[in-house]
Design a protein around this ligand. Structure first.
Ligand code: ZN
Ligand code: ZN
Length: 214
């Protein structure tokens, strides 16, 4: 069954992904969302088509005013490539490639309050991690110095902005201070990508974060 996805990538992130401008950890989060989301995959196809058309036309050729919109409309009319087959596992294919399998081979490390994490091997420009939050448990209140992408792979979480379910991705930045809480039912498993340390409001969490690379 396809998840009903309500929270998507921004056009800026999709375009940066299409041009290969993102750090590896963000690439992974974007690729994982796209593997679950027809809408963002179609949008990415549109950006790829525009990029291809620009190269074909030659960089020096002037574009007519409406060509971007026309190009986008044409590209959108093309059906997106079929989603890669979903196996019965929890992790989407791009994440499985980093883990070397599905959830059963993830090496979780406790980070307190029953929350566990596993940092994935990406380049150091940004950090990708799997986070497992027990149902009903809150992640400590924090703000963000850079960008934080959070993709839900199992269960759901809520914060002041909304509820995020399977396949939803939250794009958080300096403006957002939040306390994500795992919804009741099953443990919430997320893939997160961050390019700067989080800003925790409590001193104890600030000391702990030095050891946890959060
Ligand atoms: Zn999407
Ligand atoms: Zn956050």
């Amino acid at each position: 069954m396809k998840p009903e996805i309500r929270h998507h990538l921004t056009d800026a992130l999709l375009m940066a992904y299409a041009t290969g401008a993102l750090p590896e950890a963000f690439n992974l989060a974007v690729a994982a969302h796209i593997s679950m989301c027809d809408e963002c995959r179609a949008q990415l196809g549109a950006f790829d088509a525009i990029g291809g058309a620009l190269i074909e036309d030659g960089q020096a050729a002037a574009m007519p005013d409406n060509s971007f919109a026309a190009c986008l409309a044409r590209a959108k009319a093309t059906p997106p490539a079929a989603a890669p087959p979903r196996t019965n596992g929890v992790l989407p294919a791009p994440v499985r490639a980093y883990v070397g399998g599905d959830l059963d081979v993830v090496r979780w490390r406790p980070v307190g309050m029953g929350v566990r994490q596993a940092i994935l091997p990406t380049d150091r420009r940004a950090t990708a991690r799997l986070i497992r939050i027990p149902a009903g448990v809150a992640v400590p209140d924090h703000g963000h110095r850079g960008t934080e992408l959070t993709l839900v792979l199992q269960g759901a979480f809520l914060d002041a902005t909304d509820r995020f379910g399977l396949g939803d991705i939250e794009v958080a930045n300096e403006d957002l201070q939040h306390t994500p809480i795992a919804d009741v039912g099953v443990d919430c498993i997320c893939l997160t990508a961050t390019d700067a340390p989080l800003r925790f409001s409590k001193l104890g969490h600030r000391i702990a974060q030095r050891f946890l690379r959060i």
